[in-house]
Design a protein around this ligand. Structure first.
Ligand SMILES: [Zn+2]
Length: 398
């Protein structure tokens, strides 16, 4: 018996509340909408929160890379022997990434960005498994943090929930192309094995806003392009299924870049030895430090404490945001830039993109959105509630 009803979920990365607030995007299929608070961090923290309904300190994913004694990424260290003009070229890095994806068997999302090669010996990847399928978080034999005895990960994602109930499901993620994924989604509605739960993720708006945020006309064109695809897919589903519940949400917004600071240079001037005195990971909006001695910590605290482009987060801040880890795997001390100010250069890139996210969740440009064809109560005002809304759409009671 093919499924008679469909929970149809669209995940539009970086479709912020500020972009949709004054527009009627998607309203013909999803008349209900809520502003949602996001989590502190990037998509690699927000997406697991949406898919599990848990905060990063519960599902274990915050930064893309965490400090590890024995990193499973360490083979990449060898590329540091190649002259940096070649080994840091983005085309070279892209080839290495493809090769590494095949060789490692890691099915999660990751990128090498401009991370210094030698650091892959000390930093490991958190998302080794495909989080858009069952077993993304729960398998204790999984490589990486799931194996850390002090923090066993036993979190179910929406895919574990539907699979456990034998609900036929399909998903499209960052691995799939824009046009093709929408075509495949519609094609999946036909046939005896059609899904009762379908989640379609697209990174299209995220990529677009990184380059064009602030250009109203261009942004509207991009969102309408996604809207066309979504409306077409919903119509196709309604022609086949007796009942279709539609949910559309994002993970965070996008802020237009206003300035930057060379935090790496500020730290380099302190005369400390990276590795011996301290360890650091420079994200685009956060610098995460580990210290080998108090002299190093005091010097970094004093130098960055003077900057007005950002501030250190306290452990209480991290706990309040649900990103505190007892083992400090993502950093002992975190410096967060002010909204719209970037760390440039960072391990993410040498230039400031026009738009970025990963600032305080309280900033207006950080907010995400959830829209649905049905009313939801209580209001899903945090991105972790997107999990509950998907459960509701899939008619799963817990
Ligand atoms: Zn992004």
């Amino acid at each position: 018996m093919p499924a008679e009803r469909l929970a149809l979920v669209f995940f539009v990365d970086a479709l912020g509340w500020e972009v949709v607030r004054d527009n009627d995007y998607f309203s013909s299929v999803t008349p209900h909408r809520w502003r949602q608070r996001t989590v502190l961090g990037y998509s690699c923290a927000a997406q697991p929160t949406i898919l599990t309904g848990k905060m990063p300190s519960e599902h274990g994913h915050w930064g893309m890379f965490y400090r590890a004694e024995r990193s499973e990424m360490r083979s990449l260290r060898a590329f540091g022997l190649i002259p940096s003009k070649i080994s840091n070229h983005h085309r070279f890095r892209r080839q290495v990434l493809k090769w590494h994806h095949r060789r490692s068997g890691f099915s999660g999302y990751y990128n090498l960005y401009r991370i210094p090669w030698h650091l892959f010996a000390r930093f490991d990847l958190i998302e080794k498994r495909d989080i858009y399928a069952p077993g993304g978080f729960v398998d204790v034999d999984a490589p990486g943090p799931a194996r850390m005895p002090e923090a066993p990960i036993t979190v179910s994602s929406i895919f574990d929930e539907v699979a456990a109930r034998n609900i036929p499901w399909r998903s499209w993620s960052w691995k799939d192309g824009f046009d093709q994924s929408f075509e495949e989604l519609e094609a999946s509605f036909h046939g005896d094995d059609r899904p009762a739960f379908a989640l379609h993720y697209t990174p299209y708006i995220d990529g677009f806003l990184h380059r064009h945020v602030g250009d109203r006309e261009a942004v509207e064109g991009a969102v309408r392009k996604v809207e066309d695809k979504v409306l077409h897919a919903v119509e196709a589903a309604r022609a086949v299924y007796d009942e279709v519940d539609v949910v559309l949400f994002s993970d965070h917004g996008m802020a237009e870049t206003a300035g930057s600071h060379d935090v790496m240079a500020t730290v380099a001037k302190l005369g400390l030895a990276e590795g011996r005195d301290y360890q650091v990971f420079y994200d685009s909006t956060m610098a995460r430090f580990w210290f080998e001695n108090t002299r190093a910590e005091q010097a970094v605290r004093a130098a960055l404490g003077e900057l007005d482009c950002g501030a250190f987060l306290t452990d209480d801040d991290l706990k309040r945001e649900g990103v505190y880890f007892d083992d400090h795997r993502f950093g002992e001390l975190v410096f967060l830039m002010n909204p719209r100010e970037l760390i440039v250069p960072s391990y993410m890139g040498g230039r400031a993109p026009r738009g970025m996210h990963g600032f305080s969740p309280d900033h207006e440009d950080s907010y995400a959105v959830l829209m649905s064809s049905f009313d939801v109560s209580p209001a899903p005002e945090h991105i972790r509630n997107s999990f509950d809304v998907m459960m509701k759409a899939a008619r799963i009671d817990r």
